[in-house]
Design a protein around this ligand. Structure first.
Ligand SMILES: CC(C)(COP(=O)(O)OP(=O)(O)OC[C@H]1O[C@@H](n2cnc3c(N)ncnc32)[C@H](O)[C@@H]1OP(=O)(O)O)[C@@H](O)C(=O)NCCC(=O)NCCS
Length: 142
């Protein structure tokens, strides 16, 4: 990154964009590698398809640099699935993730927002008011 903001004031000019504007497979992959977020980063075509087919993509930009991504599948009525949330490590814990989730909530009003967490992020979602559920099931379709 061009700068390394140390506090919230320095990231106050955060820009939130809707859609693929400014995104490239390389930018997404760099962010996923750095965050880190486990995704098929060795296959740029597949990564781009994940974004083209998503119903909602929100990105956070600071001084022209991509610093955060939220990707959502939603029917806009009942359910929304937050597929990915990743924030550039230089600006983690400065409110970028929280801002992206607020923007998702704004656009998915009235739906239930579901997600899978990871060992490092479960405390985060509890902190943001998510409840963990027992009755979730997952199957990998081959
Ligand atoms: C998890 C992640 C998206 C959080 O984004 P972020 O921008 O760093 O977090 P925020 O600054 O929005 O945090 C908001 C609040 O949650 C707290 N928080 C952040 N990460 C936390 C964690 N892992 N556990 C508990 N609280 C956490 C922050 O301290 C902050 O508190 P405050 O509002 O009182 O200051 C980011 O750290 C990340 O990209 N991690 C790697 C990838 C990942 O795990 N993604 C999620 C996969 S499901």
């Amino acid at each position: 990154m061009a700068t390394n903001p140390k506090n919230l004031a320095e990231i106050a000019d955060l820009e939130i964009r809707d859609g693929l504007n400014g995104l490239t497979p390389a930018r997404i992959i760099t962010l996923y590698r750095r965050a880190p977020l486990l995704r098929p980063v060795s296959d740029p075509k597949r990564v781009w398809e994940m974004f083209e087919k998503a119903s909602l993509v929100l990105t956070a930009w600071h001084e022209g640099e991509l610093v955060g991504i939220a990707r959502v599948m939603t029917d806009g009525v009942l359910f929304s699935y937050l597929c990915d949330l990743a924030v550039e490590p230089d600006v983690q814990r400065l409110g970028v993730g929280k801002t992206l989730i607020s923007a998702v909530e704004e656009r998915c009003k009235g739906t239930e927002l579901l997600l899978r967490d990871s060992d490092i992020s479960s405390g985060y979602y509890a902190y943001l008011g998510f409840n963990s559920v027992e009755n979730a099931w997952i199957k990998k379709i081959r």
